[in-house]
Write a protein that binds this ligand. Structure first.
Ligand SMILES: [Zn+2]
Length: 452
């Protein structure tokens, strides 16, 4: 490695930089850029002749990959219908959110279906993992347990054992003796992930890499290996809440954005098969500032409550606090309400929250967000049996969104009796709900809250 060309890498997103700087241009994180030994540049020249690779045509029919079911439906769904052999899966999440619990339960569940499963812990001693297994009532599951961080030893073991699935907890604790950097550094994490993924493909062993999302810059985060793996799952949730969401952000073998919902209980994570009912709990009486959004998460409809609080501000720049939604989207909706409907939010603090700890990324949530904001501002409750959805354009027009029927069906199933949606939405007419179709935000404001 020549000293003349130092390399700087962001530990949060893996972006390479020519020089050190305080803030990463790629992801915006502060103090995450560290100097790294560059990865080996590979052989200097291709002196020896390679062999010719066999080529096929594009029309060749290929069977869908065979999948192994874990027996945990919420996990199988996020994987795209079960575990694909020889696939590499990254499971990221904040430390302490329950990744090890989830994966130990998954390991036990897979093992009970007859698959050979190895669980390699670099974080905890075998005794600690066993204690957790006992607490979760999993001690009888035939999981092979190892406590090791030396990747050379781990790969030798995997090669000898040839399990169907190896879980590596966590990738940040693994180290290769061929890389001159500390465990957890970008070079080590990348090299270790590369070795494991290559091994997975070559030997037909599926691997799960656990990656902790890190706040400080010394340890590389899971994003630096996202591009190497087939599937990227993030385990999300608020520490104080008992709900956890496993979300696929990338999946070569299934739909991305699919979610699995779990509840943290005394006996580990329990599946939540009806997330809508969960995210809508405690909705007995109508309250101003609350609107129910009929959303789609992955392939299934999920109803969530959007909560807003609007209060006079004592600050020069009023507060805009958002939990569970994109703050840029809130600014846009506030601007449209002001410019197109003449409803200003200047001098008012705005707090917006998605109940239950879910993160909503759909533009279809716009109308429910606007409804919650207006309801809070006017102190008028939205009928408690109403759901809303629709995208708001900058002109104030409401745009129809996909899967209208699925949204209505889920709402109807949960006892909702009316829906507000954009004019032109594709409904097959097969719903018993009362539909209020709105062409634009102004019409919506007029209908729901009087003329302004
Ligand atoms: Zn970055």
């Amino acid at each position: 490695m020549s000293k003349s060309s130092p390399s700087f890498t962001c530990t949060a997103c893996g972006a390479a930089h020519k020089k050190w700087q305080g803030r990463c241009d790629a992801c915006g994180a502060w103090n995450t850029i560290v100097e790294e030994a560059p990865l080996s540049a590979g052989p200097k020249s291709l002196g020896a002749k390679g062999r010719t690779i066999p080529l096929t045509d594009l029309a060749t029919e290929e069977d869908p990959p065979p999948r192994a079911s874990s027996g945990i439906d919420e996990l199988d769904r996020v994987l795209g219908g079960g575990l694909v052999p020889a696939s590499a899966i990254l499971v990221g999440g904040d430390p302490g959110i329950g990744k090890s619990t989830l994966l130990l339960q998954a390991a036990a569940s897979f093992a009970r279906t007859g698959l050979k499963i190895l669980y390699i812990s670099g974080e905890e001693a075998a005794a600690q993992v066993r204690m957790r297994a006992q607490r979760l009532g999993l001690q009888d599951a035939p999981v092979g347990l190892g406590a090791e961080t030396n990747l050379r030893d781990i790969l030798t073991t995997l090669d000898a054992e040839r399990p169907a699935l190896a879980i590596i907890d966590s990738i940040q604790t693994m180290w290769l003796d061929t890389v001159e950097a500390a465990p957890g550094s970008v070079s080590q994490v990348r090299a270790a992930a590369h070795e494991l993924v290559t091994f997975a493909k070559k030997r037909g062993v599926a691997v799960v890499l656990v990656g902790h999302v890190t706040k400080e810059g010394q340890i590389a985060g899971p994003r630096v290996v996202e591009h190497m793996v087939d599937t990227v799952l993030y385990f999300e949730g608020e520490r104080g809440h008992q709900f956890r969401i496993l979300r696929a952000v990338k999946n070569r073998f299934g739909p991305a954005d699919e979610i699995g919902v779990f509840e943290m209980t005394g006996n580990g994570l329990a599946q939540v098969t009806n997330p809508s009912a969960l995210f809508l709990s405690d909705r007995d009486r109508p309250a101003p500032g609350s609107a129910v959004f009929a959303g789609i998460e992955g392939t299934r409809p999920v109803l969530t409550e959007i909560q807003a609080l609007v209060a006079p501000s004592t600050l020069g720049t009023p507060r805009r606090t958002v939990v569970g939604l994109d703050s840029g989207r809130l600014s846009t909706i506030l601007a449209v309400l002001e410019a197109r409907c003449g409803i200003p939010f200047t001098g008012l603090d705005v707090f917006l929250n998605v109940a239950g700890g879910l993160r909503v990324n759909e533009p279809a949530a716009d109308l429910a967000v606007a409804a919650a904001l207006l309801s809070a501002r006017e102190d008028v409750a939205i009928p408690p049996d109403m759901v809303l959805f629709g995208e708001i354009s900058l002109s104030g027009a409401l745009r129809p969104v996909g899967q209208t029927e699925n949204r209505l069906k889920e709402a109807s199933k949960l006892g909702f009796q009316q829906a507000t949606l954009p004019t032109g939405s594709k409904t097959a007419g097969g719903t018993d709900m009362r539909l209020r179709e709105m062409p634009d935000l102004t019409a919506f404001v007029g209908e729901m809250f009087g003329a302004g």
